[in-house]
Design a protein around this ligand. Sequence first.
Ligand code: ATP
Ligand code: MG
Length: 650
Amino acid sequence: MMTANELRQKYLDFFKSKGHAIIPSASLIPDNDPTVLFTTAGMHPLVPYLMGEKHPLGKRLANSQKSIRTGDIDDVGDNRHLTFFEMLGNWSLGDYFKKEAIEWSFEFLTGKEWLGMDPQRLYVTVFMGDENCPQDQESIDVWKKCFNEVDMKAEVCPFGERISGNKDYRIFPLPAKDNWWGPAGETGPCGPCTEMFYDTEPQKGALEKTFDEEIDSFRVMEVWNDVFMEFNKNAAGQFEKLPAQNVDTGMGLERTVSVLAGKKNAFDNELFSPLFVKIGELSGKKYGDSEEIDKNMRIVADHIKAATFILGDEKAITPSNVGQGYVLRRLIRRAVRYGKQLGINKIFTFLVAEEVVKIYADIYPELKKNKEFITSQLIKEEEKFSETLERGLKLIDKLIKNINVDEPEAGWRQELEDEGFYGIDSSEIKGKWFFNFYQTYGFPFEMLVEELNNRGISFDAKQIETIKKDFQEEQEKHQELSRTASAGMFKGGLADASEETIKYHTAAHLMLAALRQVFGEHVAQKGSNITPERLRFDFSHSEKMTPEQVKRVEDIVNEQIQKDLPVVCEEMGLDEAKAAGAMGVFESKYGEKVKVYSIGGDPSTSSGPPFSREICGGPHAERTGVLGKFKIQKEESSSSGIRRIKAILE
Ligand code: ATP
Ligand code: MG
């Protein structure tokens, strides 16, 4: 049986033998990309090179990249989605294309000296074509040839058709939503992809349903995706062939090692089993005992692993209420909650984290190096969570003691409102407040009721029923809202660089410069989140802004917009950028150049310093004139020493 370490090494050896340079995993925290919080795929740190910049190590690269996908967080516990996973990837930067990429994928998957998968268990999808681009016939032809060479027929199954036991159906054309990548923004590189699936239940015989249904029923598991950046989508919406075409592939390490061992689940491998043993010791339950226990254990293991890798990253993120720190907090608290559900009643996440560090000690030495930091932060956050929770439960206690009685305690309403429990306007206990509590403290309804019971506060069945109904209504309302709001934030992968978001990026640069004019040099950007509708921006400053200060910042920004200043991008070395007074942080890797965006002032002449100059990956508006009118909608505290602005362009 192949271990994860062997698989990782084989992958790198294979692509080395095909002339690829092996590059290290980049940090989990993207260097200079305001559109996403975490590195979501191997291609992500390579974007500048996929866009045409020369990579110092050549045109063929491969690596194993630490990745985090928070968009998949609610899927964790199904059989294939992890928050943290490793992506094995190989890239062609304007070098080889479909033929080699597919042939090598096939060779690596099925070759006896490599993974040795039975080709009878392998199925592939390709792009079926639409009004913009035709079906990816070239990929189909290469796949056919690969299968034919091992004496298999490989027929194309028409889209949506039931397979009905036809063993010759190997190639499944699917629409753009499944098999088309990009462009990241409105325009740019994009192209078809081809995905490889492995049959996890060959004993059932040939596939029966449609291919989509076989994916949904978890019978076939996607293990690898080859993306072909073949076209450029231009401003007129046309797809032009790119002169230099790139390949970007990604194989999930955990999924692949599991299916190779005959398992159906990305969790059932040695990258997780020591964690389940530890969680079992702590909870007195056993992985495998029941579906519910397994699911809870997977969530606990997954979240603590992801938290350990975030804390172990060179960037030293700590739990907080913004950006990456917020995701980290959410992961830790969610793990604690599910741990409680399993019956763990002490501070425990650091004990599971110790096992994570052991599993990865040789591959990711940063975990070992930062072990003390990981442990202390986990303990601190867990303690903080239980304190907050205690405080919250006292509030609920207060609410219940006072709401229905003739002589309530003085000032109890105010006290609750001070803690964010608004709208206590009737004599009934409402699910809305429980939802409010859940929002603030992260405790789901059932667990909250249980915690209250433990403290001697109980409800009768009828009360529970009405509270629960209210609670669910509130939750649905909120989910609708947050789905829209977080689409930009958690989707990841340069998802949204539409024209509007580009304008907001540029507005953020203007605003930072304006804030520094008004408040001084201590102001630095502490996070930002941009959707096509608005800009949210955190910066270091400790006092609330007065209405006059808000107005001044708005005026300064609008003045720059009215001047219709040019936005100029230059590439330079990091030292050069710093010397030029550019704002921003950037760790230089492989001595690459950074992009510096200047607004106003011509950097090539001596027409005075620009209004703003920042190291940034872009993209940006070409001139400030297109931004419209800048307006600050809200200014509030984000966390200690950090203010948050919400602004719009009208
Ligand atoms: P899926 O459709 O199964 O969610 P995907 O198409 O979003 O996966 P890609 O973006 O193509 O995934 O990523 C390339 C590979 O990385 C996938 O083929 C899979 O093996 C792996 N992968 C992607 N997301 C996850 C995840 N959340 N957990 C584990 N492995 C993953
Ligand atoms: Mg995929």
